[in-house]
Design a protein around this ligand. Structure first.
Ligand code: UDX
Length: 432
């Protein structure tokens, strides 16, 4: 099929290259000339395991192309995926849809024959209706269908998540559009992927409700881990005990720092805004947002307790600063709150992250990026394990850290506290 992905960020690039790898003819469009030039030279704008190889392979075999020319790309394609950003609008909880509507107006100019316009960006309920309104002129009436096809990709596992999705959700009540979309996804359906056709608003809501539910599950287990700390019970035993109940499920029950990233924080906020628009009080999700916002303060209190409230001139080492492992993404990472707070308290912060140095941390006083775990840990009074990268899972801290009475705060519970105790290491963790 001839496909055009508008917006070559996370969603557009990963989905686009995967569609190309399934044998479709894909054009990834972006208004940033640099990004497009780089992509043509195999330079990938995001950190995602396996993406570079797949882009190079499909660009070479001609299935995948890059362009800044939206008009031309749309006219050459039958299915147009809108994959531009929908960040939170400043000082609101609402999603900013300005890019969605700007692209829609551009697409409108290039519709000469029947096309399917698909929203793959995360868009609030009824956005498809707005897009349809913009496109609807007497001339274009029968020449397009607007479909919702939300993505459920996780950063760090995006290609795997595309090829082996738990479900493919297609929001349209038009038989013709549904038939074409089902055909597009038939290679994944034949591999066992569930295909769900529902109406457009339901598909839009499935995305938000799913993210809000996952964020609630994480926040729930984080709160239970606080209780475990006060009772003296191991949260992992509780997670396992809960997760064995198929109604609950074992995934997304790992307690840790506040959830972050480009999706959960933004989408939980946006769905509460949709609630207001449709006169529905989503009090549960509001509590989840509040609890998650408080979580970082709670963990910071713990840090101060570990350092006996003597933060000034202490050397604190962060292992991992992104919002989770296997990504270079700092968006809504809890480190963006923790590090400035500790720096203001007079601490010296060294950090190492396998995905490299972070521009956003450069402007904070006494914060240094070190290019190895060894260098970052060497003079530490406290080592904070913030993300669960594999390379953090078998560190011999006694060999690495010079100071005798250093402490470790393992915010991802990747080490056994019994072993740490045996090694006489002052070890703190989550809910254990
Ligand atoms: C999420 C959704 O999983 C994905 O389906 C959607 O398309 C985009 O948003 P992503 O933001 O990449 O994906 O991250 P995810 O792996 O879901 O983690 C989100 C946050 O939850 C991270 O901060 C992570 O550390 C945290 N998390 C996740 C936990 O604290 N415990 C868990 O058990 C799982």
């Amino acid at each position: 099929m001839k496909i055009c992905m508008i917006g070559s960020g996370y969603v557009g690039l990963v989905s686009g290259v995967c569609f190309a790898d399934l044998g479709n003819n894909v054009i990834c469009v972006d208004k940033e000339t640099n990004k497009i030039d780089n992509l043509k030279n195999g330079i990938i704008p995001i950190y995602e395991p396996g993406l570079e190889e797949l882009v190079k392979k499909n660009f070479k075999n001609g299935n995948l192309n890059f362009s800044t020319n939206l008009k031309d790309s749309v006219s050459k394609s039958d299915i147009i995926f809108i994959c531009v950003g929908t960040p939170t609008k400043k000082n609101t909880n609402a999603a900013d849809l300005s890019q969605i509507f700007a692209v829609t107006r551009e697409i409108k100019k290039s519709i000469k024959k029947y096309k399917i316009i698909v929203t793959k960006s995360t868009v609030p309920v009824a956005t498809g209706d707005e897009i349809e309104k913009i496109l609807s002129t007497s001339k274009l009436k029968k020449l397009f269908s607007v479909v919702s096809n939300p993505e459920f990709l996780r950063e760090g596992e995006a290609i795997r998540d595309f090829i082996y999705p738990d479900r493919i959700v297609i929001g349209t009540s038009e038989i013709r559009a549904n038939k074409i979309m089902k055909n597009l996804y038939s290679p994944l359906i034949s591999k066992g992927a569930n295909y769900l056709n529902t109406n457009r608003r339901a598909a839009e809501l499935i995305k938000y409700a799913s993210n809000a539910f996952l964020a609630s599950k994480i926040t729930f287990i984080n709160e239970i881990s606080n209780l475990c700390e006060n009772i003296g019970v191991n949260i992992e035993d509780v997670s396992i005990g809960m997760g064995l109940d198929k109604r609950i499920g074992s995934r997304f029950l790992r307690a840790g720092p506040a959830y972050g990233g480009s999706c959960f924080p933004k989408d939980t906020r946006a769905i509460t805004d949709t609630g207001i628009k449709f006169k529905t009080d989503l009090s549960l999700i509001k509590s989840v947002i509040k609890s998650n916002d408080n979580r970082t303060n709670l963990l910071l209190k713990r840090v101060q307790h570990i350092l006996k409230n003597k933060i000034k001139d202490k050397i604190i080492c962060f292992l991992g600063v992104t919002f989770k492992a296997n990504t270079d993404d700092m968006r809504e990472s809890s480190c963006l709150k923790m590090i400035p707070f500790l720096s203001k308290k007079g601490a010296n912060i060294n950090y190492f992250d396998p995905s490299g140095k972070k521009k956003i941390l450069q402007k904070i006083k006494n914060v240094n990026y070190l290019s190895s775990i060894k260098e970052a840990c060497l003079n530490a009074d406290l080592v904070i394990i913030h993300t669960e990268w594999n390379e953090f899972k078998s560190i011999n801290f006694k060999n690495l850290v010079k100071k005798k009475n250093f402490s470790i705060y393992d915010m991802r519970n990747i080490y056994s506290y019994k072993k740490m105790k045996r090694d006489n290491i002052k070890y703190f963790c989550i809910g254990r």
